[in-house]
Design a protein. Structure first.
Length: 310
């Protein structure tokens, strides 16, 4: 892979050197490329030197409006991130690399030369690589503590990939990421249903945003059912025993509303996977909580049958 990147950069370097439209300041840009590829220097030394050279070169007015120069800067910043900061989920160097490559893409899009086409392709490939690092980091960060940083990384992934591939199908990624994000919000809500009520709304909203993208998504369907059902159970379990009867009725009505909301999603989950033990347990509990004892018993028997088949 490194050899391929070296060949690509060397090819671009030769193209730019042969360009009749080149300007003197481009020598500094090409020097940055040559320094980055100087195998006689240790990787960390040549990466640092190349970055210093390109940062100085880009201040020249000619370089500042040249797509190739911005591509080289973005590529070197990408290499800096890869060499020194690959474990840093908040790397500013990586963010800067994205900005420089996007600028390169904008400038190169306006250039109709054959050389610009090559640079533009290389720019998009580098953006795809950076996008993959953002996506991987988003997945690793997606928990009840780092979810905000996970969201930021996921948004940067989308930013990169949609520049690199404007027709990229984001739907599977959206479904995967948002379903897990909603799960984390649900966990945060269950940690304290009184102080974390906002996370219930966030989880509900995101699950409902996922389902139009994938109408037969089992995880989002079942987890939304459980969000409602568990909330109904939590409402009842947290009720003070010495409450006035009017307050008790109000709380029971709120719990019942959540059980009713849970039912259609649980039934759909059952249609999607009728042999899923957790679904049978949920439906038994939901119907029982709604005082519909016949259906509750029916799902209890289905569960017992399933257990015997194991």
């Amino acid at each position: 892979m490194k050899k391929k990147i070296y060949i690509l950069l060397l090819f671009l370097f030769l193209l730019i050197g042969a360009s009749q439209n080149g300007f003197a300041q481009r020598d500094s840009v090409n020097k940055a490329v040559a320094t980055l590829q100087n195998q006689l220097l240790p990787l960390d030394i040549r990466t640092k030197k190349a970055l210093e050279i390109i940062d100085n070169a880009i201040t020249h007015p000619d370089c500042a409006k040249d797509g190739y120069s911005w591509y080289v800067r973005g590529f070197i910043y990408k290499d800096w991130y890869k060499t020194f900061e690959s474990q840093n989920k908040k790397s500013k160097t990586r963010l800067d690399a994205v900005d420089y490559l996007k600028k390169a893409n904008d400038l190169l899009t306006k250039d109709t030369s054959s050389a610009a086409k090559e640079y533009r392709s290389a720019t998009k490939q580098t953006l795809k690589y950076l996008g993959s690092t953002f996506y991987n980091d988003a997945g690793m960060l997606l928990d009840t503590v780092n979810y905000n940083l996970a969201i930021l990384n996921y948004e940067k992934f989308k930013e990169c990939i949609l520049v690199a591939e404007p027709n990229y199908n984001l739907r599977p990624r959206e479904v995967e990421f948002k379903t897990v994000l909603a799960d984390q919000y649900g966990k945060l809500f269950r940690n304290n249903i009184k102080t974390n009520k906002k996370f219930f709304g966030e989880a509900e909203k995101i699950y409902k945003a996922v389902l139009p993208l994938d109408t037969n998504n089992f995880a989002a369907t079942f987890n939304l059912a459980m969000l409602y059902y568990n909330y109904g159970v939590d409402i009842i379990n947290s009720m003070d025993l010495d409450l006035p009867i009017m307050d008790v009725d109000k709380i029971q009505d709120e719990a019942k509303d959540n059980f009713k909301k849970a039912l259609p999603y649980a039934l759909k989950a059952y249609r999607l996977n009728p042999k899923k033990r957790e679904v049978l347990i949920a439906l038994q509990g939901i119907y029982f909580s709604l005082y519909e004892f016949g259906p509750s018993e029916e799902f209890k028997l289905k569960l017992e049958k399933l257990e015997k088949e194991k």
